[in-house]
Design a protein. Structure first.
Length: 338
């Protein structure tokens, strides 16, 4: 049979198509089929508004970086707020900035910061209930949720700034293996509609963490626009992380790490004792009044490192300065004896 149709055959074929007697095969339909012979679709949906900029390798590396950040924050916040604190990475995912901003509750605490020499700004978001616990602890309270639903006062804003500064320092330290940057706070907002880091359709990497302070739990998130990470995208891969892990095995790296750990400052507190007073009693206190503590003068006092009792001691003076004389080292369960 000839491969070239005659005019009569072409007319007959067109007439059959018009009547629906013959189905037209589209190009590529015969290219793919399953084992049963049923033709499979060779196309898939693609949303041009949601560009895929982060590979699985990038997401995995960001997750590893922020696992280290979570450990640093756990130690930092335990010392700052004098309460047990844990932090862990829940997820690292890509989305558009519009999707992220719509997912935020209002109000919430949003700290916008630059990461020079990286271009652009990133965002640290702390749940408002969690932030109210932090503020309450810093002001001497028990750390209860106050359900703030108003603008921050000047004192609260300054406390949030201090918390954010120290938290961003921990972020800076956890990123040292990737890039050295200087975090600088640009603004603090409580309304998500007033924050516009990048255009709504731009991709961002969202790091979601879960924080537990005492008995209270709340979310914390870090929004990293692609524009900020673009310069270091080549380092956000498994090969780079393997090279970093190999560097960590060198004696020079261990020496520098040991020096940084030795220089780390931790809060040391000697607790002379405690008592309970009513607000009326506090208001009536005068200079020269004596407040009786529950701690006896002939008993050792607690010396705490962070929020943990590590020593027993006797109070006294040394060269005109207040001092304590360590009498006992308090070991936790499983801790080796020196």
């Amino acid at each position: 049979m000839s491969d070239i149709l005659s005019q009569n055959e072409i007319d007959a074929l067109m007439a059959a198509l018009a009547k629906g007697e013959v189905a037209a095969d589209r190009p590529g339909d015969a290219a793919e089929s399953d084992e049963s012979g049923v033709k499979a679709k060779a196309v898939w949906a693609y949303d041009f508004r949601r560009q895929s900029k982060f590979s699985k390798d990038h997401i995995r590396t960001l997750s590893m970086l922020h696992d280290g950040f979570a450990r640093l924050v756990s130690t930092l916040w335990a010392g700052m707020f004098r309460v047990m604190a844990t932090c862990e990475v829940v997820s690292v995912e890509q989305m558009t900035f519009d999707e992220y901003s719509r997912s935020l509750p209002g109000p919430t605490i949003m700290t916008t910061f630059s990461m020079k020499p990286l271009v652009g700004s990133a965002l640290l978001e702390i749940n408002l209930d969690l932030a109210s616990i932090m503020i309450d602890r810093l002001l001497g309270g028990p750390g209860k949720v106050s359900r703030i639903r108003r603008d921050l006062t000047d004192i609260e804003r300054q406390l949030i700034t201090n918390i954010s500064n120290r938290t961003l320092s921990a972020l800076q330290e956890s990123w040292v293996s990737l890039v050295q940057f200087d975090p600088v706070i640009e603004n603090i907002e409580t309304n998500p509609r007033f924050v516009q880091l990048v255009p709504a359709t731009d991709p961002v990497a969202l790091v979601t963490l879960e924080v537990k302070l005492g008995e209270n739990t709340g979310p914390v998130s870090i929004c990293l626009p692609y524009m900020v990470l673009e310069k270091v995208m080549t380092n956000l891969g498994s090969q780079y992380m393997f090279a970093t892990q190999k560097l960590a095995q060198t004696d020079d790296f261990r020496l520098r790490l040991n020096e940084r750990v030795v220089q780390t400052q931790v809060p040391l507190t000697a607790v002379l004792g405690s008592t309970v007073l009513s607000v009326q009693d506090v208001l009536q206190l005068q200079r020269g009044d004596v407040v009786a503590l529950e701690q006896g003068h002939d008993r050792d006092i607690e010396v705490r490192v962070g929020d943990r009792t590590k020593f027993k001691a006797r109070p006294g003076t040394c060269r005109s300065h207040m001092a304590v004389h360590i009498t006992e080292v308090v070991l936790e369960e499983g801790e080796p004896h020196d």
